[in-house]
Design a protein around this ligand. Structure first.
Ligand SMILES: C[S@@+](CC[C@H](N)C(=O)[O-])C[C@H]1O[C@@H](n2cnc3c(N)ncnc32)[C@H](O)[C@@H]1O
Length: 232
């Protein structure tokens, strides 16, 4: 069975240490998030390390975010929740070649743990058509792209990239200089890419693609994560 078949046909929902769900793909021995806490990890990596950090440096009317791997929608939901609290507008574009089913979405416990008020918004992000702009609410515009990152083309520019592909052992084709060069071009100057993986091959590929790379403290049980900045 190849990776694509495994991700599409053999997924299970599991509880992580902070009580929030993740999805596991047993055939590939991977999970969508840290087993030590899915919400805890996503808040640390995406919300604290780039979203809030970036907004503290720069006031921007609408922050443009690109996520690689929509998956469970957890990072989108956390970003929407933060947007409402900070009264910050977001345009959120996300790539997902292997969407999860609405049956799986209905089991996930993110809304009850993040904000009960966002139940309809969470379902809308999962159920809406691909490749169409959707107004999720007054703070949050959204578009899902049903494509692989390797084939993704965009004329848009972004302030932040949440790089949340499966790890380099599972998907070595996504952690390359060529892919990071493509993402570098999609960022505004001073824009940032963040990823949970700080392996040396990843740092080297990001540096070769022209990023400035910082290693930062990871969430519990993860020593380091990477924030990479585009400096022209
Ligand atoms: C580590 S999971 C993270 C998902 C998501 N950010 C979340 O919080 O649930 C990786 C995601 O990347 C998606 N993916 C797999 N191959 C991809 C590709 N070639 N391009 C973009 N995304 C891909 C997977 O289907 C999966 O949803």
């Amino acid at each position: 069975m190849n990776n694509q078949d495994a991700v599409n046909t053999n997924r299970t929902i599991q509880i992580t240490a902070d009580g929030s769900h993740t999805i596991a793909v047993p055939d590939l021995n991977i999970t969508y998030h840290s087993k030590y806490g899915a919400i805890q990890e996503s808040r640390h990596v995406f919300i604290q390390t780039v979203f809030k950090y970036f907004l503290n440096l720069d006031k921007i009317e609408t922050v443009h975010i690109l996520e690689i791997g929509f998956g469970t929608g957890l990072s989108a939901l956390l970003s929407l929740n933060e947007a409402l609290q900070l009264q910050q507008k977001i345009y959120y574009e996300t790539i997902e070649p292997f969407p999860i089913t609405m049956d799986e979405v209905s089991v996930l416990n993110y809304v009850e743990r993040i904000s009960q008020n966002l139940h309809d918004e969470f379902l809308l992000m999962h159920s809406c058509a691909f490749n169409k702009d959707v107004i999720v609410n007054y703070s949050f515009s959204f578009k899902k792209i049903n494509n692989e990152l390797q084939n993704f083309q965009s004329t848009g520019k972004f302030h932040l990239i949440y790089f949340d592909a499966f790890d380099p052992n599972t998907q070595p084709e996504l952690w390359t200089k060529a892919i990071f060069e493509k993402l570098h071009k999609l960022l505004y100057n001073n824009g940032m890419l963040v990823t949970y993986c700080s392996k040396s091959i990843v740092r080297k590929a990001l540096l070769a693609a022209g990023f400035s790379v910082e290693k930062l403290k990871g969430p519990p049980h993860k020593r380091e994560i990477i924030r990479a900045v585009k400096k022209d």
